[in-house]
Design a protein around this ligand. Structure first.
Ligand SMILES: [Zn+2]
Length: 284
């Protein structure tokens, strides 16, 4: 994909890299939220995430990172592509406001949803409306998950997380959470989670389809990019991840959708370029 000539400053990046794990504050606010929406790829089981978050807990006082436009390549990528994703959504959704920040960090950091850790993978926290991203995840995607390390694959991850922000703005997240609270068991609750995650994948496709039109082509999807994205979507499907971890495939435990479903959702959004094409995923 093309991005380097894109406009800087639109991603609202807060750079907390190198600040270490940060001080741990008390309280346990938002832990459940984190376990529901808190992970994009599970390096660890969500119940473990919840325990870790409970242990360290706390909305606490946020660490102070550096606001502005990072100078390094990876930081600029997040800023420019994040800004482009925000521009696309501003053109598609009335009253769109960007995530408060995209926080890039290393190891661990305080979030409004509890203590965030690299092992959780990238996530969006609805409580403080921020995206949290440890950039080492991008390398992990390639080396451990067998996903693509290409720029578009990375942009897809970012667009997926901002997709969760969109769901918070539209109320889809809250609606699904209410349905989960009423669900008769974990399998049913997980099904709702799958709908939310597939919709975020679909929204990533919608972004990709519109990236060039809002940036005079400075940020643009190129030939072969969608295949890179599909490769990544396939690598992080629940069935594939369960197989990789040596376990049996257990559909009741799916929270993000199968590889085939994730690829389909990304393509659906890309082919239509219209967020309305992603509506059905969160019918509850
Ligand atoms: Zn997600």
């Amino acid at each position: 994909m093309r991005w380097q000539g894109g406009q800087r400053g639109g991603g609202n990046v807060e750079d907390r890299r190198g600040l270490g794990g940060g001080a741990v504050a008390g309280g346990g606010i938002g832990v459940v939220v984190l376990s529901l929406i808190g992970y994009f790829v599970f390096g660890i089981d969500p119940s473990t995430t919840q325990q870790v978050a409970s242990q360290f807990g706390g909305a606490g006082s946020a660490q102070e990172g550096t606001l502005g436009t990072p100078e390094d390549q990876a930081g600029q990528f997040v800023d420019i592509v994040g800004g482009n994703i925000n521009q696309v959504w501003a053109s598609k959704l009335d009253g769109y406001t960007p995530p408060a920040n995209i926080v890039i960090y290393t190891q661990g950091t305080q979030t409004g949803c509890g203590y965030g850790q690299s092992a959780m993978g990238p996530f969006y926290c609805p409580a403080d409306r921020q995206v949290f991203l440890d950039l080492s995840f991008w390398e992990e995607m390639e080396t451990q998950l067998g996903a693509s390390g290409a720029d578009f694959a990375r942009a897809y991850v970012l667009a997926h997380e901002i997709g969760h922000h969109v769901q918070t703005l539209t109320g889809a997240s809250q609606r699904v959470q209410q349905a989960q609270a009423r669900a008769s068991g974990e399998a049913e609750a997980n099904q709702y989670s799958v709908g939310l995650e597939l919709q975020a994948d679909c929204y990533a496709g919608v972004w990709a389809a519109n990236a060039a039109s809002v940036s005079n082509g400075e940020v643009a999807v190129e030939q072969g990019d969608l295949e890179e994205g599909a490769k990544t979507a396939a690598a992080i499907g629940d069935d594939t991840l369960q197989r990789r971890s040596g376990g049996q495939v257990n559909p009741d435990g799916f929270t993000h959708g199968t590889s085939a479903q994730r690829v389909e959702a990304l393509r659906r959004g890309y082919q239509s370029g219209d967020p309305a094409s992603c509506d059905g995923y969160t019918d509850v």
